[in-house]
Design a protein around this ligand. Structure first.
Ligand SMILES: Cc1cc2nc3c(=O)[nH]c(=O)nc-3n(C[C@H](O)[C@H](O)[C@H](O)COP(=O)(O)O)c2cc1C
Length: 310
């Protein structure tokens, strides 16, 4: 088992190397709060810089954070230098760092030459990072757009002054059915002097342990959807070499907490709460039937009552 050391991202001390990945819709403030106790870092979902500059209410909700939500990265994407300059002027002191998304494969994003499209042009990423030189900046990348140029990207990004790099070990055109290729994370770690956080296919404490053997941090995405207590079990594994099974009651309890938090912060609409609820209910006896009933619910009250009766 690896010995867990602290590391720093810029001047930010990271006490726990297990990170909650940024995930659109999933990692709102309420969800992050469920994971906080056991993660060393979390992020907002990816937000378009132009949306931040427009300050519309929906974007403000996505950007919502508070003093318990620490440390927190604001994840952004874009490709327009002028917008990056405007972002650099903003007061973003609520966030510990700005993470530039260079990995999103969605056509809506790459069509605007942002997200993973940036991987085609490491010089462009470098330019963006340099513009934000008054902030702690990190980047989340994939191995390349269609062909692997991760070593070049990593070196350019380091040269630009980024404080850490997250490597999702797939190409942008590879879906999640393609196994993440961790050997590239190891190679990047060998080549750069900044902290490297490895991402892709982590499902357990054992996976985290293996990831921490090759780089500084381990970032978990899909395995945490509807399962925030995975982070508790990861920590248990790192300390004891064993994980406990998360019980259905515990999962349900976490969903109940999410319902309260989502209401308090007003971060999620009913449709999203239902979609997420289905994730929490996976593995329950009669899950298909539960799901059917669940999806018919129309109000927050109905959801609370339904969950109360499970
Ligand atoms: C529902 C969902 C939403 C995601 N949204 C984002 C995002 O906003 N920003 C980002 O950098 N990556 C996003 N990702 C990618 C994940 O952060 C992560 O890189 C990827 O899922 C691989 O990690 P995993 O194998 O642990 O799932 C998203 C993934 C999922 C499944």
């Amino acid at each position: 088992m690896v010995v867990i050391g602290m590391f720093k991202i810029g001047n930010l001390r990271i006490r726990n190397p297990v990170f909650l990945a940024p995930m659109i819709d999933v990692t709102d403030l309420a969800y992050r709060q469920l994971c906080r106790k056991y993660v060393g870092m979390a992020y907002t979902e990816m937000i378009y810089i132009s949306a931040i500059l427009h300050e519309n209410p929906k974007t403000k909700k996505l950007m919502m954070t508070n003093s318990n939500d620490k440390p927190i990265g604001l994840q952004v994407t874009g490709n327009n230098a002028e917008e990056f300059k405007e972002l650099a002027k903003m007061n973003l002191k609520d966030y510990d760092l700005i993470d530039i998304n260079c990995g999103c494969p969605s056509l809506r994003i790459t069509g605007n030459e942002a997200g993973s499209y940036l991987l085609k042009n490491p010089g462009k990423i470098k330019e963006m990072i340099e513009i934000l030189d008054n902030k702690i900046v990190t980047a989340k990348i994939r191995l390349g757009f269609k062909k692997n140029n991760v070593m070049k990207i990593a070196k350019e990004i380091e040269k630009a002054g980024t404080s850490a790099l997250t490597v999702h070990a797939r190409l942008a055109n590879q879906g999640s059915s393609v196994k993440a290729d961790w050997k590239w994370i190891k190679k990047v770690k060998r080549e750069v002097g900044i902290p490297v956080i490895g991402n892709g296919d982590i499902k357990s404490g054992e996976d985290v342990d293996k990831m921490l053997d090759i780089c500084d941090g381990a970032m978990v995405a899909r395995a945490a959807i509807g399962n925030p207590l995975i982070f508790r079990e990861i920590q248990r594994y790192l300390k004891t070499g064993k994980e406990n099974k998360i019980t259905k009651e515990e999962k349900l309890n976490e969903f109940k907490k999410y319902l309260e938090l989502a209401k308090d912060y007003d971060v999620a609409d009913i449709n999203w709460i239902k979609r997420l609820g289905v994730e929490f209910l996976k593995g329950f006896k009669g899950a298909a039937k539960l799901r059917e009933g669940f999806m018919l619910l129309k109000t927050y009250r109905e959801i609370k009552d339904f969950v109360g009766k499970i």
